[in-house]
Ligand binder design. Structure first.
Ligand code: FES
Length: 604
């Protein structure tokens, strides 16, 4: 039976009125979805349902030694990636009908064993290593709905029946209220394929009934199979694009029965293709439903580290689904990076998947303006901080003269800027840091400027310098002599003004000045902004954070708040997260190479 005809069985295809009537009480579990609020509530449950599958799949995946069990690791890994896709599809559906997806909540992480949110009470989810118990749980989870099974909006027996109830509600509401009234959400909140790396399947942007049904179809078919009579899900295998992909339920059957499905196989025939082997010695042991280890122990610290990172993923996903869709790439990248933390736990205490409250987090989750450094990842910029480009204006001899502000860059409310230097969409992060295993180790916290400064007095000016902050932008060098030499001549107000101007252009604030030693520093009036710097000859420079926007290290400790801070974006600074000018030594560029600068003064 085709998907379309299955949908049609929700009611006879008579007149419009007749169709609406038949979508009424069904005698099945859960009240019919007949209001927008109820639809939104059910779509939030769908998000919770899709998320609930992730910790069990992750535990099975972490327990597998991929060298000894490559096929099992591929299968579980591909299902996990598609569950992430389903989560995004559910969020797209909820956003399309004007809802607000919630993920950063303790509701997402109750202790295991747990039931599927609003699902059949007989299905229990546990955190166990890969093996017979895990396979039985996954098969139960992904079990196809029996032919003719009624939609079930609550206490659903199969996931397919739950989504059928949502589909039924969508059709009913569109008939009753009209599509425009139902799909009244902001289209800018939709996550699309360009935001989402590392997965197979279609990430459908939802804006009407047709696209909503396509999204539901993708979720159900990837789980239980194409058209309710086939083992295929209609997509290509994410690891082997030459192959058609088998639905989740049948992928787990392949592992259980030790054979691949091949063309011509059916649910009734079972798999008759190549053998699939599982090496039980290639499965790392892990406690069943791990419990918190001894407080203060190394195992407990590792569990806490993992929980912090996992909750950061939930936080980023929530932001992504609430107006900052580019953050999906950061969240999924972090999900992959979790693996190293989990491997330290498998065989020991095991990952506990406990919720860490925003108050306990290393970085707060409010909307105030700030830049947060993610461990081995990008900078997350909160609070709609304006982003723009600035190009250094130089003389014909490449002497630094001033900065020219370019056009603002369009951003989402919260956005991620590349720190590793390898994003394909600089200055934004596209998740590449996770793929390349970026090491963003940060240097020890800087002592305050006041402690590090060296003071050089002139006439009517006291210049201060912290060499550790220098990014070699060269405004202090000049054509003939550096600031240090010019200070001797500052009785001449022309010279003094030139020194003040040069210091004002120093992007890192390595140089600053007061009118007299110990006096109040005089700082340029810079707006709260992040500027993406370009230096001479297309050299890509630092991220210039101005106006006292706080910068928070990945361990939660703030850097000293200053009017000017320059952050590394080439990934090679020895003083991360601060820029130390290494981009100059490595000739860092944004790709594609920018056109030659036209901001040199003409030679005469
Ligand atoms: S930090 Fe994410 S791509 Fe560079």
């Amino acid at each position: 039976m085709s998907r379309e005809s299955r949908i049609d069985t929700l009611g006879p295809r008579g007149s419009r009125e007749a169709r609406i009537d038949t979508l009424g009480p069904r005698g099945s579990r859960g009240a019919r979805i007949d209001t927008i609020d109820s639809l939104r509530e059910h779509l939030q449950w769908a998000i919770e349902l899709e998320h609930a599958t992730l910790p069990p799949y992750l535990c099975a995946l972490y327990s597998l030694d991929a060298r000894r069990n490559p096929e099992a690791a591929e299968i579980v890994g591909s299902v996990f990636a598609e569950e992430m896709l389903h989560l995004a599809l559910a969020a797209n559906l909820l956003n399309a009908v004007g809802g607000r997806p919630v993920l950063d909540t303790p509701r997402m992480l109750p202790p295991h064993p747990r039931r599927l949110p609003h699902g059949d009470r007989s299905l229990e989810l546990s955190l166990v290593p890969f093996g017979a118990e895990a396979l039985e749980m996954f098969l139960r989870l992904e079990r196809p709905a029996p032919p003719g099974a009624a939609p079930e909006g609550d206490d659903y027996e199969t996931i397919g029946q739950f989504y059928a109830a949502i589909e039924e509600g969508l059709r009913y509401l569109c008939e009753r209220l009209g599509e425009r009234a139902v799909f009244a959400g902001d289209p800018a909140r939709q996550v699309h394929a360009g935001h989402f790396l590392h997965t197979g399947g279609r990430l459908v942007a939802v804006h009407d009934l047709k696209t909503a049904l396509a999204a539901l179809e993708e979720i159900v078919e990837q789980g239980e199979g194409n058209s309710h009579g086939e083992v295929w899900d209609g997509d290509k295998d994410v690891f082997h694009p030459e192959r058609d992909e088998v639905a989740h339920y049948y992928r787990f059957q392949e592992l259980k029965l030790g054979r691949r499905y091949r063309r011509g196989d059916t649910p009734r025939s079972g798999p008759t293709g190549e053998p699939v082997s599982v090496d039980p010695d290639g499965v790392r042991p892990m406690p069943r439903n791990p419990r918190p280890a001894e407080p203060g122990s190394a195992a407990r610290r590792a569990q806490e580290e993992f929980n912090h990172t996992y909750c950061a993923v939930l936080h980023l996903l929530e932001r992504a689904f609430n107006g900052s869709p580019r953050l999906v790439a950061v969240a999924t990248g972090m999900m992959y990076a979790l693996k190293a933390q989990a491997l330290a736990l498998v065989g020991e205490a095991g990952p506990t998947f406990e919720y860490v409250t925003p108050e306990e987090r290393r970085w707060s989750t409010g909307d105030e303006r700030r830049v947060v450094v993610l461990r081995d990842g990008p900078y997350i910029v909160y609070g709609r901080v304006p982003l723009r480009r600035k190009r250094k204006i130089v003389s014909a001899g490449n002497d630094a003269l001033t900065w020219k502000t370019g056009a603002p860059l369009e951003t989402e409310d919260t956005y991620a800027l590349c720190r590793c230097g390898h994003s394909g969409s600089k200055p934004f992060c596209d998740g590449t840091h996770a793929v390349i295993g970026f090491d963003g180790t940060e240097a020890p916290p800087m002592r305050p400027y006041e402690e590090l400064q060296h003071v050089h007095d002139g006439v009517g000016i006291s210049a201060r310098r912290v060499g550790e902050l220098c990014v070699h932008a060269a405004f202090c060098i000049g054509r003939t002599r550096p600031i240090a030499a010019m200070l001797a001549d500052t009785a001449d107000s022309d010279v003094r003004a030139a020194v003040m101007g040069r210091i004002d252009h120093c992007p890192s604030g390595s140089y600053s000045y007061a009118l007299e030693r110990g006096g109040e520093p005089i700082e340029p009036d810079l707006p709260q902004a992040v500027s993406v710097l370009e230096e001479e000859d297309g050299l890509a420079g630092a991220l210039w954070v101005t106006g006292g926007v706080p910068v928070i290290r990945s361990d939660g400790r703030p850097l000293e708040i200053r009017n000017r801070v320059t952050l590394c974006r080439c990934g090679h600074s020895g003083n991360k997260p601060l820029c130390d000018g290494t981009h100059r030594a490595i000739g860092f560029r944004e790709e594609p190479a920018p056109p030659p600068s036209t901001d040199k003064e003409p030679t005469s």
